[in-house]
Design a protein around this ligand. Sequence first.
Ligand code: GLA
Length: 391
Amino acid sequence: MQPDKRTQTILDGFDSHFEGKATHLAIAPGRVNLIGEHTDYNDGFVLPVALDRDVRVLFRARDDNRVRLYALEFDSWADFELGVTERNARQLWPNYVQGVGLELAGLGIQLRGFEGIVSGNVPRGSGLSSSAALEIAAAKAFLTAANQIHALTGPQLAKAAQKAENEFVGVNCGIMDQFISTLGEEGNALLIDCRSLSYRRVPFPEGVSLVIGNTKASRSLAGSAYNERRAQCEDGVRRLNAVLPGINALRDVSLEELEFHRALLSHTVYRRCRHVVSENARVQSTVAALEQGDFGEVGRLMNASHESLRDDYEVSSEALDKMVESMRSHPGCLGARLTGAGFGGCAVALVQAGAEKSVREAVQESYAKAMNLWPEIYISPPSSGARVLPL
Ligand code: GLA
């Protein structure tokens, strides 16, 4: 088979940095979330799709315990021994790989070293889960090199990668990104129950497409504010639990119960909870509307999600609001919302099939004018989850 252009560049990278040949190519995609934002760490529901942008690791096993990887875009090396628990203080990216290795070993999987090239085209720091893609591609490489590719189920693999990010890298993310990067399917969104980790395919209908707008605005607040939102949700659960002893997470609370007991919560915590509870309901309604082909309703739900994230959860930003506004002002746009953690990064629009390019052009112009920032617009079909190709 003739390698595509990107794979060829990676093969050339291998030739320049190693003797001999690689044996496998691990590929793991980034993601965009259709709806269900800030629900994953509340045991709720999400509806992401895998993108046609990914992180690739071209590699071969080594006979020892050393991992040596060269990242094309960073022009830098990761070089560590399995089992070493000291973080790389100079560069962030090797920590994702090292953390995943430690997690897999912690599950009792006998690992082996490997070496090769890392390369990605998921925009970094843009809310499209380039980190999860790196983790999952690395996890696949670790398991393949160790001859253990079937040692974990997809959800177990996603969980191990999430744990690596939480505990080794130190980012307190939920499970959504690793899960969809592992298990995404071409032509489908996945409805994921982030409590049970059960999931089902939701076919992405013909007649509509996704357009993603990268605001290119910095997300400096993202880490601390993300953790603060998580703490506020936990505070809400603790207080509601006094009168609703059966609840373990906001997933278990209905809008009626929340309204009835709102006096127990500070105004801010009440609004945070209202976002999560209403967003979970919107995910279910979106799935029903997609299955009925009611795209107008899907668009309205996406719009309502954005309003809730902006007003109740307060994770939007001027750039995201402008991006969403630019998208919505095109007649081919059915709905638009911020996607991912927020504070910057990307928005996603549902548009009528055929309108993708004109939406892109219109948004480029109107967003650039409004923000004095040149956005990037991506058009991606729902794509496959992670895989390993033998060479
Ligand atoms: C980030 C996290 C996810 C999820 C989203 C918000 O992408 O990594 O786990 O919490 O934010 O929905």
